[in-house]
Design a protein around this ligand. Sequence first.
Ligand SMILES: Cc1ncc(COP(=O)(O)O)c(C=O)c1O
Length: 424
Amino acid sequence: MLLQIPFHHTFDCDIFGPLGIVEWFGSSRPIWKAHAPMSAQIEDYYPADIFNRIKEFADTKETPFLVVDTKMVDAAYDELRSAFPIAKVYYAVKANPAPEIISLLKAKGSSFDIASIYELDRVLELGVSPDQISYGNTIKKAKDIRYFYERGVRLFATDSEADLRNIAKAAPGARVYARVLTEGTHTADWPLSRKFGCQNDMAIDLMILARDLGLEPYGISFHVGSQQRDIGAWDAAIAKVANIFERLRSEDGITLKMINMGGGFPGNYVMRAHDLKVYAEEITRFLKEDFGDDMPEIILEPGRSMVANAGILVSEVVLISRKARTSLHRWIFTDVGKFSGLIETMDEAIKYPIYTEKQGEVEEAVIAGPTCDSADIMYEDSKVSLPLNLAIGDRMYWFSTGAYTTSYSAIEFNGFPPLKGYYI
Ligand SMILES: Cc1ncc(COP(=O)(O)O)c(C=O)c1O
């Protein structure tokens, strides 16, 4: 059984990894083509026993749905903990808020990064203690801050004066950390900066104001962008943070205690990234270079890297067509789309490996979803080579879809129900 790894990318050579060398082909638009096999084994993404277990379960269900292997989540947590023994883990619930995942991570000792009162209610219902929660969203209503505070949460992110003043009123005495802007958005497949964070000088002003408002200026956070393939992005961000720590200490007598390094660690998609171990070694080195023996408390907020690889989204081919008699590619419409879990294919940002059981000669295809919205096309610029004998009714297996799929799925757009998730 072969996995189709078929995108024509604008690859970064340094992250090309297992697919081998890339070569330029003269063309009206840039196309890179792999020398190495255009397909990979399932084992490139899943141990055979795990894949078989997921597949066996999937065979009993109607598409579309996501299956998450919780053993892989368990292992991802352990891997992160052993790679970063100096860090405390706050799982970013937004990546996959399934109770099965929250309960599993709670049992393993994780804390939680929470973005809304709804996520808060869910984790509290599952028995998470408020002192294991950080309200990481910098955009929040005053009444929501109060809601968190009344339930015992004492750790808040901020990146603006108005929000900080709201925190001072609604959560008196709480610990606050300022989120700074970071570079490296172009090397993250799902960038997060610009909307969140502020410049260094403003972060300093906010920490001083926090103290003056009776809050505890606790630390600095950043997020280098989700699916960040350039480990150097952490180097620049940590250096910025060190500078803020030092300026606040020497100029204002404020000693910050914590760095929240957010997420950004990778899932296994078509464009491969380094192993987590390499990230950890490098980032730990950056921290040691900048902080030496005076290491503050380190927080990580992994979302994607904790759950992405553990999930396989299973869909069915609804229709296959060509737009012209002479068309060189097909359109493959499937029963899952941008609005039912695959929103991260927006701008074709995240390229999920797609596997089908059919094998043989392949042809490029546009892959689109089932709704009446013409934005519901997952891959058009980066066409996917799928077997010519793929037929209506066949299943498509979207690998590494455990993160940001069920949680992004729309409610009833075109009447389609939200994406189902099964946790085995
Ligand atoms: C504040 C915060 N922390 C952590 C995360 C998780 O990041 P990732 O999924 O890249 O691990 C996000 C993602 O949006 C975030 O906004």
